[in-house]
Every structure is written in structure tokens, then in C-alpha cells.
Design a protein around this ligand. Structure first.
Ligand code: COA
Length: 178
């Protein structure tokens, strides 16, 4: 990875830059990555100052441009809990052991290691919070081969398949597994 890229937790003052980052993604990338609203107002009020989310950015140290953004929600939606129960994986939000993760990297920086660094940094924060498992926020589209390969390379396991606007895979990472 380029030495001038800094990975850090995002805060409220990053809302404008994160919104601009999202706007410049291609429509194809936005179809694959749309975990939440990316208006400055929504980011500020609902994500960046909310203890239920961990937002991590990759920032170009000289230009301060954001090159990647990964967001983790520290709870799981009820409809996902229902689907995961069909894999015999019971999730209880009150136990605070499962979270869901959604990464993205600016198109021209794909395959340069930024996504993996965002994940490793996020994992270190989740470990401090005693969270054990990461699943994918909304799954991953079956056609999104680079992302599926990215997750497998980073030790996620393929758990199941579901239909929502096409085929999707559910994948799971056990944070403490070596
Ligand atoms: C998925 C994503 C975050 C990966 O980030 P990245 O910075 O490109 O990934 P890395 O450089 O850390 O790559 C790690 C591994 O991912 C896989 N990978 C990444 N880009 C790939 C590509 N274009 N083709 C094939 N495999 C690819 C490879 O296995 C790679 O390991 P390698 O370098 O040994 O080949 C990035 O591709 C992205 O932003 N995609 C669009 C948004 C998206 O799909 N988000 C996920 C929604 S579920």
C-alpha cells in the first residue's frame, strides 16, 4: 500500500468528505455498496456520532481525499437474524457478539490492499469491544467476484445463499480465529 495512506476512525468532521467520496463512486459501485444514506446530515447524526457504528476511512495524507470507507453496524437487522437462524446460527443482539460490515474502495484504488487494511483496522476495534463475529451487511452479490474473493482471502466463510434483487451470499468471519 502507498505510504501516504492513513487508516483511521472517522468522526463527525469527516461527514462532508465521506459524502463526496460516495458521490464520486460509479453507479456500478453504488449498486454493490449502499449500506446507508450518504447525505452529510444522515452521516453526521446517525452514523459518525453513534456508538452502534464503527466507521473507518482510508485517507490520502497529502490531499486529505478519502480513498476508502468501511462501516460496521454493531447489531443485526431482524430479517437477517431470521435468515441466519435457517443456517442454525442463532444471533441475539443483546449478546453484542455479531456485527455487520460493508467496505468500499474508490474504483481506481481497487486491488491495492486498501480494503484489507480497512478490514484489519476494523477488526482491531471490534476485538476491543469483545465482538466475535462479522457478517456481511446485506450479504454480497454473487456476481461481485472481486468482493467474494476479497472476503475469502480475508478468511470469511461462505455460509449460505439468498435471493434479494438477484443472488447473494452470506459470509461470516470469526474474528478470533487464527
Ligand atoms: C471489495 C473491495 C472493498 C475490496 O477492496 P480492495 O482494496 O480492492 O481489496 P484488496 O486490494 O485488499 O484485495 C484483497 C483480495 O481481494 C481480491 N480482489 C480484490 N480486487 C480484485 C479484483 N479486481 N479481481 C479479483 N480479485 C480481487 C483478491 O483476492 C485480493 O487478493 P490478492 O491481492 O492476493 O489478489 C473493493 O473491490 C470494492 O470497493 N468494491 C466495490 C464495492 C463493493 O463491492 N463492496 C463490497 C460490498 S459486499
Amino acid at each position: 500500500m502507498n505510504h501516504s495512506i492513513h487508516i483511521r476512525i472517522a468522526n463527525k468532521s469527516d461527514a462532508v468528505n465521506i459524502a463526496s467520496y460516495y458521490l464520486q463512486l460509479t453507479d456500478a459501485a453504488k449498486k454493490k455498496f449502499a449500506p446507508h444514506d450518504f447525505s452529510v446530515d444522515y452521516l453526521s447524526k446517525n452514523i459518525l456520532e453513534n456508538n452502534d457504528y464503527v466507521s473507518v476511512i482510508a485517507e490520502d495524507e497529502s490531499t486529505k481525499n478519502i480513498l476508502g470507507y468501511a462501516v460496521t453496524q454493531l447489531w443485526i437487522f431482524d430479517y437477517d437474524i431470521d435468515r441466519w437462524s435457517t443456517y442454525h446460527i442463532p444471533i441475539k443482539n443483546e449478546d453484542r457478539k455479531y456485527c455487520c460490515f460493508a467496505p468500499s474502495v474508490a474504483d481506481k484504488y481497487h486491488h491495492t490492499g486498501i480494503g484489507s487494511h480497512l478490514l484489519q483496522f476494523t477488526k482491531s476495534i471490534l476485538k476491543e469491544k469483545n465482538i466475535d463475529f462479522i457478517l456481511l451487511w446485506g450479504g454480497v452479490k454473487c456476481y461481485n467476484i472481486p468482493a467474494v474473493r476479497f472476503y475469502l482471502k480475508n478468511k470469511f466463510k461462505l455460509i449460505g445463499h439468498f435471493e434479494y434483487e438477484g443472488g447473494n451470499y452470506d459470509m461470516l468471519l470469526s474474528i478470533n480465529e487464527k
